[in-house]
Design a protein around this ligand. Structure first.
Ligand SMILES: [Zn+2]
Ligand SMILES: [Zn+2]
Length: 401
């Protein structure tokens, strides 16, 4: 049930009972109507089905003491305030409108309670009333209600250097948060005025357009751009959007080992809670930049290290770079083929348990691009002496196939 339903629908009229009807009378009226309009007794009668839904909805609200109280309050408030609900069938006249000051916050406080637990409140509330004027974000606080509500979760993005993503970092973050405009309390209407329910769509935000053959399209109302409300005098501060943005700088601690695209939830750094509720969380989506020499697979870091032919053939101890800048000594065994990947334990990405992944070193045999006379002579001597034919297996395999 939305707030708009509460404003527009006269549930007492739907059940044909008085506003002060007893629960017994309400039940009796409902039973009678439900029997009359039940789909089983009215096959293929669209009107009866519509009435049946109406009756069920009305009964659902006014048979429940707390829902009924909210409903009565909502309608009293709207009747006394500036929302000029157009009269029409199925809609009550509401209270005889005096010129009482309409306090949106008080109203929202009451409506907001229906949201129940959980910050975003599925049913009712300001977002619903104003047709999503605030986007998903901020919602006006209520002064009169007592139910604490957790603040909204905020989203942010952060781009980290590769090394920072591996080792963790404390980074400043500037947040731009949508907030209700303080001049108009988020209504978008100039102070002293109130938005009115759109007469074109009766506040539903959409209209039905007949397309012939009994079909109809439901489309957003053009008059109010789907908002359900029309603002005659826009608020000068927010130009009628009801929204403003507030900037906040904070410092976030990014744990070691985050990956590109990972979302990190930072508790309590989101929107402020309402009525003593806890603050929402900040959800940071992390983007990780590339490193010129290191890569990452899982908890391991990867690096490709060139070795000379003699180093690969004879074996050698070579320095291998690590991410923290201190090279480690790495033993290349004699006869290491090019492309072999070897492991330096514990020089990878930190894990939650305090251990680290490994550094995977891929050896790439470098071929000399320039040879001095003596080096060339030595290589030619080597070639003449070497007995191993690297293509022997290739030839054998080709011949046998
Ligand atoms: Zn404003
Ligand atoms: Zn409209």
């Amino acid at each position: 049930m939305s707030t708009r339903d509460y404003i527009e629908k006269d549930y007492y009229k739907a059940l044909g009972v008085a506003k002060d009807a007893s629960q017994a009378d309400i039940k009796k009226a409902y039973r009678k109507l439900a029997r009359k309009y039940h789909p089983d007794a009215n096959t293929a009668d669209a009107k009866a089905e519509e009435r049946f839904k109406e009756v069920s909805e009305a009964y659902d609200v006014i048979s429940d003491a707390s829902k009924r109280k909210e409903y009565d309050e909502a309608r009293t408030l709207f009747g006394a305030g500036g929302f000029r609900v157009p009269s029409g069938p199925g809609r009550g006249a509401g209270g005889a409108g005096g010129n009482a000051t309409f306090d949106l916050n008080d109203l929202l406080g009451q409506m907001g309670q229906r949201g129940g637990g959980g910050g975003t409140g599925g049913g009712g509330g300001l977002g619903d009333l104003l047709g999503g004027l605030f986007g998903g974000g901020g919602r006006g606080g209520g002064r009169s209600a007592q139910v604490p509500r957790k603040g909204t979760d905020l989203e942010a993005e952060l781009t980290l250097g590769f090394a920072d993503s591996v080792e963790g970092v404390t980074s400043p973050l500037r947040l731009t948060m949508p907030a209700p405009c303080t001049t108009c309390m988020g209504t978008g209407a100039k102070p002293g005025t109130t938005p009115r329910v759109c007469p074109e769509c009766s506040g539903t935000g959409h209209v039905s357009r007949g397309a012939g053959g009994g079909f109809a399209f439901d489309e957003p109302c053009r008059e109010c751009r789907g908002q359900g409300l029309i603002i005659d005098d826009p608020c000068p501060t927010c130009a009628g959007t009801g929204r403003s943005f507030s900037e906040r700088s904070l410092t976030v601690r990014i744990p070691p080992g985050v990956r590109d695209g990972q979302r990190i939830r930072i508790k309590g750094k989101g929107g402020a809670g309402e009525r003593g509720g806890p603050a929402g969380d900040l959800v940071v989506t992390v983007h990780v930049g590339r490193h010129p020499i290191f890569g990452r697979t899982g908890d391991n870091l990867t690096v490709t290290v060139p070795v000379t032919f003699p180093e690969a053939a004879l074996g050698a101890t070579i320095p291998v770079p690590t991410l923290n800048g201190t090279p480690v000594s790495f033993k290349v065994p004699p006869g290491t083929p090019g492309g072999r990947t070897m492991r330096v334990r514990g020089k990878g990405v930190p894990r939650k348990d305090g251990t680290r992944g490994d550094l995977l070193v891929t050896l790439e045999v470098a071929v000399p691009q320039k040879l001095s006379g003596k080096a060339k002579d030595a290589l030619e001597t080597f070639a003449a002496q070497a007995s191993e034919d690297p293509r022997e297996r290739l030839r054998e395999a080709a011949g046998s196939a």
